[in-house]
Design a protein around this ligand. Structure first.
Ligand code: NAP
Length: 246
């Protein structure tokens, strides 16, 4: 179903195999765009999208933890489509625990994968994004990067860093017509939060003004708004957290 005509647009969405990334890819496809869906291990998730939207989905393998992977994935988009209008950096890993209990290498791996890996994809994609003169980058952060969460020092460090990264990049790329924004979700029902114990889940929902976790669809709509519709927004952070961080 095409609800809005973005038929001339192409997008690369990381972490498109499941969760929020799959939702963002679906919403972009519903608007008519072509989507390169990046997966790490879940190729079947992107294949499902390709079956539902024939000829408009390009599965690409991308592992944020592998230095060459970003360049290869972007190169695949370049050779298949030759252009890129929207980049949604959604993929991330979560690993947590109180700072003193977390293995230092595991701690750093979370920051490195999420921050260095994301920056590597952006770096590889910039030349194509600049070509069109009307492009957009959305980085999926987290409100935890702003207000913090016990047991999340590594993940929150990477998410906080994305904001400074995005604002600096917005200044670098505005002259080339590329907008850069951050979407900061609160707690959302996906695999990432599936292991949250019942008691903590209830407390989080209670602390959320809207009284519940968000849905993939709600976050995907906010991401597509920033990516495609918010044409006078750059360097902004949009919280989509049901009021949890207030
Ligand atoms: N869920 C929440 O409550 C919440 C809240 C705030 C922010 N966020 C953010 O929203 C984004 C999506 O989260 P989600 O809840 O949808 O997560 P999810 O269900 O755990 O899915 C993670 C996605 O990221 C991909 N991924 C994981 N490690 C990767 C790596 N090293 N390289 C490339 N891709 C990798 C996975 O790919 P494969 O399946 O192919 O391995 C999968 O598509 C993340 O940036 C997350 O930090 C989520």
């Amino acid at each position: 179903m095409v609800v809005q005509d973005d038929a001339d647009r192409t997008a690369l969405v990381t972490g498109a195999s499941r969760g929020i990334g799959a939702g963002i890819a679906r919403h972009l496809l519903d608007r008519g765009a072509r989507v390169a869906g990046a997966y790490r291990s879940g190729r079947e998730g992107v294949e499902k999208l390709a079956a539902a939207y024939p000829d408009r989905v390009l599965p690409v393998r991308l592992d944020l933890a592998d230095r060459d992977s970003a360049v290869d994935a972007v190169q695949q988009v370049r050779s298949d489509w030759g252009r890129l209008d929207s980049l949604v950096l959604n993929a991330a890993v979560w690993d947590g625990g109180k700072l003193t209990r977390m293995d230092p290498d595991a701690w750093w791996a979370v920051v490195e994968t999420n921050l260095r890996g994301t920056a590597a994809v952006v770096r590889a994609a910039i030349p194509m994004l600049e070509q069109g003169g009307d492009a957009s980058i959305v980085l999926v952060g987290s409100v935890v990067g702003d207000v913090g969460f016990a047991g999340d020092t590594a993940y929150a460090s990477a998410k906080a860093a994305l904001v400074g990264f995005a604002r600096s990049l917005a200044k670098e790329l505005a002259p080339k017509g590329v907008r850069v924004n951050v979407l900061a979700p609160g707690f959302v029902d996906t695999d990432m939060t599936a292991a949250v114990p019942r008691g903590s889940r209830d407390k989080i929902a209670e602390a959320t003004l809207l009284g519940r976790f968000g849905t993939v669809d709600e976050i995907a709509r906010a991401a597509v708004f920033l990516s495609e519709d918010a044409t006078f927004c750059t360097g902004t952070v949009l919280a989509a957290d049901g009021g949890w961080s207030l």
